[in-house]
Write a protein that binds this ligand. Structure first.
Ligand code: SAH
Ligand code: SF4
Length: 381
């Protein structure tokens, strides 16, 4: 078995190269070829000595994930479904905006947290992704889009770990992936443009602030423990006060940073005026201890098994206004890509039927034969 070089951050690649008797600067060159230029063939790497290329041929490979399908929304959002083996699939979503291109990345096949309003949660947990599987999503999307848009410029300016899975329950694979995103020899993203979203895995939030302090989004969804216990089962282990204290500690060394609290608006469940009032109290109480935050209200994307409904827009607006009037910065998330089931919480890539996966992979191979430029962003209607 040879090593897939997408599994390594620069440090890891340096160790691997050292094992081949190669100096560190060779690892840097190799890393740049892989992540900055999207190379997967060692023969392309013209500035590496032939002897090194030969060693790499026999000890290493650079393998992306097979693409099962690609859907393009009428708003330009693109969703890819990737095969991760054993009948499991994961999804990544590219969201183009005027001033940025955001990739929403998955960290697990399924999720063990089991939030009531999340279709990934309903599907259960299959397994953690490896560092290479997390990075393969960015590697593929970035270089696919560059080729497609015929540009050498960076297309993806922001990464959000908001796809399938709880990133902080896959910590050891996550951190080298984040480091590669931030590395100047990798994707060179600033730490404020990489966001980890968590349902509140307190001990790992503490570790992340020390190991790789990227932007943090916390999925709050409820202003009190009784309701949050019900919606986000992890709250029973790490209740709100502990979560707030951990957010405060996360911000302690970064005076310009803030936490984004995500709040999914569920009709009649967490969207009443008293919930907004409790939320204001909760945040104001902790503001005195150094909590800085913004709110992002997410219109719930319904799916039948949840038994829940989306709050009417007027109620979301009234909720936002209450928070804003109390001085809390609050935005309402625009739903993107819902015509292709790419919106938040609609990602459910667990393809139970293996034959179906095989058929879709076979179809994908046909797609792969079409030159990328001729795909011309077909829009799903
Ligand atoms: N596990 C992490 C990251 C993935 S979920 C987390 O929970 O934060 C990314 C975001 O989508 C979270 O804020 C989550 O609460 C939200 N979400 C999940 N299901 C949703 C749905 N059906 N409608 C709208 N948002 C949803
Ligand atoms: Fe897991 Fe996040 Fe979905 Fe909750 S919302 S089940 S933590 S992916």
């Amino acid at each position: 078995m040879t090593a897939n070089l997408l599994e390594f951050d620069l440090e890891g690649l340096a160790v691997f190269c050292d094992g081949l008797g190669e100096k560190r600067f060779r690892a840097t060159q190799l890393f740049r070829w892989i992540h900055q230029r999207g190379a997967s063939d060692f023969n392309q790497m013209s500035d590496l000595a032939k002897s090194l290329r030969q060693k790499l041929q026999s000890h290493a490979h650079i393998s992306a994930l097979p693409v099962i399908s690609q859907h393009i929304s009428s708003d330009g959002t693109i969703k890819w479904l990737f095969d991760v083996g054993d009948g499991n699939a994961i999804e990544s979503v590219f969201i183009p905006e005027d001033d940025r291109g955001t990739l929403c990345v998955s960290s697990q096949a399924g999720c063990a947290v089991g939030c009531r309003f999340c279709s990934t949660g309903h599907q259960g947990f299959s397994r953690n992704l490896t560092t290479g599987e997390i990075l393969a999503q960015l590697w593929f999307a970035e270089h696919f889009l560059r080729q497609h848009l015929k540009t050498d410029e960076r297309v993806i300016s922001n990464v959000v770990m908001m796809g399938m899975g709880e990133p902080l329950q896959n910590y050891s694979a996550l951190v080298p992936a984040l480091r590669t995103m931030l590395d100047d020899h990798g994707y060179g993203l600033s730490r404020r443009r990489v966001t980890v979203s968590t349902s509140g895995v307190v001990p790992m939030m503490e570790r992340l602030s020390a190991d790789c302090p990227v932007a943090l989004a916390v999925s709050l969804h409820a202003p009190n423990d009784a309701l949050r216990d019900n919606l986000v089962p992890l709250n029973r282990k790490y209740p709100l006060d502990e979560l707030m204290q951990t957010c405060i500690a996360y911000l302690a060394h970064a005076p310009r940073d803030f936490i984004t609290f995500e709040y999914c608006m569920l009709d009649g469940v967490n969207d009443q005026p008293e919930h907004a009032e409790q939320l204001i109290d909760l945040v104001q109480k902790h503001a005195r201890q150094g909590l800085r935050c913004k709110f992002n209200l997410i219109p719930f994307n319904p799916f039948p098994a949840s038994g829940l409904l989306r709050s009417p827009h007027a109620r979301v607006q009234a909720f936002a206004k209450k928070l804003q009037d109390a001085g809390l910065v609050t935005t309402i998330r625009k739903t993107r890509g819902d015509d292709i089931d790419a919106a938040c919480g609609q990602l459910a890539g667990d393809v139970k039927d293996r034959t179906q996966v095989q058929t879709r992979i076979a179809q994908q191979r046909t797609i792969a034969l079409v030159p990328v430029s001729s795909l011309d962003y077909p829009r799903d209607q």
